[in-house]
Design a protein around this ligand. Sequence first.
Ligand code: NAP
Ligand code: ZN
Length: 351
Amino acid sequence: MTTTTPALIADSATSGFRQGTIERRDLRPDDIRIAIAFAGICHSDIHTAREEWGPAHFPLTVGHEIAGTVVEVGSDVTRHSVGDRVGVGCLVDSCGECEQCKDGMEQFCVKPSVGTYNAQGYDGEWTMGGYAQEVVVSERFVLRIPDGIELDVAAPLLCAGITTYSPLHRWGAGTGKQVAIVGVGGLGHMGVKIAAAMGATVTTISRSDAKAADAIGLGATAHIASKDEEAMEAAKGTFDIILNTVSADIPIADYVALLKPAGVVVNVGLPPAPYEIPPGALIGGNRAVAGSQIGGIAETQEMLDFCAEHGIAATIEVVDAADVDAVWDRVVDGDVRYRAVIDTSTITPQV
Ligand code: NAP
Ligand code: ZN
């Protein structure tokens, strides 16, 4: 037995969305049913559904920036109650027993972990994401949204927030550190806010100056247009941490050159092509190039609490379900300021 819920459904990589219904499992003892109020649009949704990362499983409902309210709990649930304001991010299951799970890095579970959409759960069913009105998730993967953060601006924290918080925290962004955020999009704008709240001095690096004034408003103290060769030359050797959030291929070696000795370029943007970096660019200066994938569940709660404490959340545009195809094109063009969030009440299944 299952229940159905209105959802945005893609039937192929090129179909765009139709508004229909999808099934959610009946509650297991540790499950929570969430009425989804808002679902953020992450560029990973687009990479996945357009099969830029390889074949996807259709029909597909994407979305892993989920914010809503608990409407039903299973018999063994202890962490959340009906009426709680909660979120779900990129993960919905992991074994809970391996070294990575025990260390709070469920995303690297050896079983492996189960993504919120386009992944096969341990029961063999394909997961369907948050562009929908309800979702059923094990309580271990449900986050508490602190009072003071509205659900619409909270939704993007569940992916964009944790994906930038985790590497900034790990690599020591804080007072006295020069941090550059490359790409001022959904992830990038959260990176600016979080790094500034951590006490770092933040510079944004974007394709042009179009977002310069906004970047200062978000918490940056300087902005560089990457096409401005003089400005890029002047920035050489000046950053401790460079967080690359760009969804397209960029010349990573040009950014390695902007690091101080012992600095790091951390990549979270995930375009399909490999990086090209001459070894001498790393060896000269003990520089590092790293990657970072979302964050574990405990760290995601830590990030939400950090954002509440510092009065930060996403800067959003609320969009209707009927407009999501067009909004995806705007995301690819870097035109959204700075995260589009679907009001899921506007999903109207066509009969
Ligand atoms: P987004 O909102 O589309 O932002 C990406 C930004 O990249 C754009 O705003 C733009 O910034 C820049 N950009 C786009 N196309 C470009 C091009 N052709 N050349 C140079 N710059 C370009 O995307 P997002 O949702 O933040 O996601 C960014 C990337 O992170 C995606 O690849 C996504 O899959 C990945 N991601 C990774 C993780 C992880 O765990 N590592 C988690 C979530 C997402 P400007 O306009 O400022 O130039
Ligand atoms: Zn995402």
